[in-house]
Design a protein around this ligand. Structure first.
Ligand code: GUN
Length: 293
């Protein structure tokens, strides 16, 4: 069994990005610039955004963290997005989800210029992804594709089972794995909360992507010997013995499933780190697109 170490794979992506930025700077070009908007004080969102900003710095990008209180109006947020859309020094815009209930996620996502949509959530980006056109791929599925590439995991002709149909992970993941791509060409089954025979389907899987947000959900009896396991779960579970009072748990029961698998991502230290690698790659791409216009 091989551990698919996100730290290793992400470091390799980041090293290439840093080298590209170094060349830009040597040629007196400006740095790629990511603007991240964070609303309220959701602990998990704070951690993710802080990590995105830190990783931008590590590869030499500029980043702006724009914070708002929970009571910001939808109008104020949309107006900030318009300002960032019109700012030529900003290449990528990210609004951390989830949003407060009084703000429409759909409206906010649609307000971001598709040219700066480094999260790949805009309907234009999603439409292009479905059609196999060049676009921004949502960061987590993109990170998983980069990880499969880094560790030379064969996907062609395999049966991939994706559990979870979210717009952020499951749905785009199913599209990518079935696409005509070096890390695609799989036959994909997309399962969700209304799938009655989940265990039976998972037992047929050569690759399982667990992205349903239920800690420890995938058990040994659901996994075929030698399957590749990609665990997207990052749920905080209370743990009095942990320094912060919680620890992060994946959607896969690692201790049970790892011995049966041929390769598995750990949590933490797996997919989460690759998500940031995907976001950074999208930001550099947005910068390049922006520079030619
Ligand atoms: N919330 C959870 N995952 C993501 C992500 O990839 N992007 C944004 N913007 N918000 C998230």
């Amino acid at each position: 069994m091989k551990i698919l170490d996100g730290k290793l794979a992400a470091a390799s992506v980041k090293q290439i990005l840093k080298a590209e930025v170094d060349i830009l700077l040597q040629n007196n070009q400006r740095k790629p610039h990511l603007a991240a908007i964070l609303i309220g004080n959701n602990g998990a969102s704070e951690t993710y955004v802080a990590s995105k900003v830190k990783n931008c710095e590590e590869v030499g990008f500029e980043s702006s963290l724009i914070r708002f209180e929970n009571n910001i109006t939808e109008e104020q947020l949309l107006s900030k997005i318009t300002e960032l859309n019109n700012d030529n020094t900003v290449d990528g815009i990210l609004v951390q989800l989830p949003l407060p209930k009084h703000i429409s996620e759909a409206k906010v996502i649609e307000a971001i210029s598709p040219a700066k949509d480094v999260d790949g959530f805009h309907p234009v980006s999603v439409g292009k992804l479905v059609q196999g056109l060049q676009t921004f791929i949502p960061a987590t599925p993109y990170g998983i594709m980069l990880m499969l590439e880094h560790f030379n995991i064969e996907t062609k002709g395999k049966h991939a089972v994706v559990i979870g149909r979210s717009n952020i992970v499951g749905r785009p993941m199913s599209i990518l794995l079935s696409s005509n791509h070096p890390q695609g060409n799989s036959t994909v089954t997309l399962c969700h909360s209304h799938t009655p025979n989940l265990q039976e389907i998972c037992l047929q899987a050569d690759i399982i992507v667990a992205a349903l947000g239920k800690p420890g959900f995938v058990k040994a009896e659901m996994v075929k010997d030698g399957a590749v396991i990609i665990d997207v779960g990052i749920t905080r579970v209370e743990d009095a013995t942990a320094k912060k009072g919680f620890r992060i748990k994946g959607d896969v029961d690692f201790d049970e499933v790892a011995p049966k698998s041929s390769a598995i991502t750990p949590v933490p230290g797996g997919v989460g780190l690759m998500t940031i690698a995907g976001l950074l790659k999208n930001t550099l791409q947005a910068y390049k697109n922006n520079s030619v216009n």
